[in-house]
Write a protein of this length. Structure first.
Lengths: 370, 63
């Protein structure tokens, strides 16, 4: 986090913090630091006693990897807003921790299955913690490798990969909310008919808290969603509108998380997609479309699937069931199909529906790895 | 409205490098990672301690 441009206000705000730069995930305590693993840059604002005030750093389908490694979800104004809010929360915490304890309790996540990447079965098996380039130090693991290691570890141990490990850190758009990048959590648009719309949120609202947790940035909204039950329920929202505070309640339906898409998270979903389904996929109004074959540089695609699928095919039924999205299809192959079992498809090709079948990998695939 | 920042573009200006603890400085140099002396480099425990001593909040960046 070093600057190529100077912003005096940002400098002044940052100077009010003790600043720590963590450059690799080896040894990081994942019971404290839980964040969107797709990000190449993420910030925690917290107390020295490990109480978390909030997060900054949001991934979305608009996040792209390019020469500048820029993330259009981030702005200086947004970061400054988060820092200012963090200082307010810090002042309140220092003055009377008991007053903030309940509000901040939810900022820390449930105890993770594995506390460090090193302790994960997949990290041990696949030996991913290499040397940090140019040094004798070990522990070099990228942020996204944490998620891959978790998924691989579930596959190795036979544990079911939970929804919140695939559909990670849902974006506020999952609620029908578009939030400003330049404020903590200001609504700029509400999707008609969405969960947020039904709860009565409007453009211009400042969302102050969700589930009692103060919001420092869009990342904090994703955090609330990441820890919200998959079975749905009531989500308490406090907003400020026209200078007055109001309480709203959003109702998330059962299995709400699965209505989102994780297929754009190519660092994990991409590999999983090619390993199990053999091809690149995209959502289509009629089903799941084969967008392309897996890329040539990917060495382990499901070749059985590649033999029967063509670019442009639309998968309309899987094992007799219809109504698939890309994400649900990938999750189904990874979670429900036994190794070596056959997948029966109905595919639209050239306007005709035909049958196709392929075999999922017969050996445990490794999602981990570049 | 500010223009979007690149990841590297988000942050404080570079300051003149002061001496970091030797191990961290070696690591930083090996990675050619330019970071000001205002940052504790890859040592969260030192961060906790500094925050407790100063009473300041922590900003922990994962990069």
């Amino acid at each position: 986090m070093t600057g190529q441009e100077t912003d005096e206000e940002l400098s002044e705000l940052a100077a009010k913090f003790v600043r720590v730069r963590i450059i690799q995930m080896g040894g990081v305590d994942l019971s404290v630091f839980q964040f969107d693993p797709f990000l190449s840059w993420s910030v925690f604002l917290m107390n020295g006693d490990k109480t978390i005030y909030g997060r900054f750093g949001t991934a979305s389908p608009r996040t792209r990897r390019n020469a500048k490694d820029s993330n259009p979800n981030h702005t200086t104004a947004g970061l400054k807003a988060a820092l200012r809010k963090a200082l307010e929360v810090h002042a309140a915490w220092q003055k009377d921790p008991s007053s903030m304890a309940k509000a901040l309790a939810g900022k820390s996540g449930p105890k993770p299955r594995w506390r460090t990447i090193e302790s994960m079965p997949a990290a041990k098996k696949y030996g991913r913690l290499g040397r940090i380039k140019g040094t004798d130090e070990r522990g070099c693991a990228h942020c996204h490798e944490v998620q891959r290691a978790r998924i691989d570890s579930c596959l190795l141990t036979g544990e079911r990969i939970p929804d919140d490990m695939l559909w990670v850190y849902p974006h506020p758009e999952a609620l029908g909310l578009t939030l400003s990048r330049d404020h903590c959590a200001r609504v700029t648009r509400v999707e008609p008919g969405s969960v947020a719309h039904k709860a009565g949120l409007e453009a211009g609202d400042d969302i102050l808290s969700m589930q009692g947790q103060p919001l420092l940035s869009v990342a904090d909204v994703s955090w609330v969603l990441q820890t919200f039950p998959d079975d749905g329920g009531k989500l308490a929202v406090s907003i400020r509108r026209d200078g007055k505070e109001q309480q709203k309640t959003m109702t998330l339906p059962k299995l709400w998380r699965q209505e989102g898409d994780f297929g754009w998270r190519y660092r994990v979903a991409g590999y999983a997609m090619w390993l199990w389904s053999g091809v690149s996929l995209e959502d289509h109004e009629k089903g799941v479309r084969v967008a392309n074959l897996s890329p040539r540089w990917f060495k382990k695609p499901n070749r059985s699937a590649r033999k029967v699928l063509r670019k442009g095919d639309i998968i309309v039924a899987v094992d007799g069931k219809r109504g698939w999205t890309r994400s649900k299809y990938i999750a189904y192959l990874m979670r429900e199909k036994k190794l070596g079992s056959v997948v029966r498809l109905r595919v639209l090709r050239g306007g005709e529906e035909i049958a196709a079948r392929f075999q999922v990998p017969d050996k445990q695939p490794e999602v981990l790895g570049h | 409205m500010n223009r979007p920042m690149g990841t590297l573009g988000i942050c404080v200006s570079l300051l003149i490098l002061a001496t970091l603890p030797a191990q961290q400085d070696e690591l930083r140099k090996a990675l050619e990672d330019e970071v000001s002396s205002a940052w504790i480099y890859d040592d969260i425990e030192a961060g906790y301690e500094a925050a407790r001593k100063t009473g300041k909040p922590l900003l922990v960046s994962f990069r």
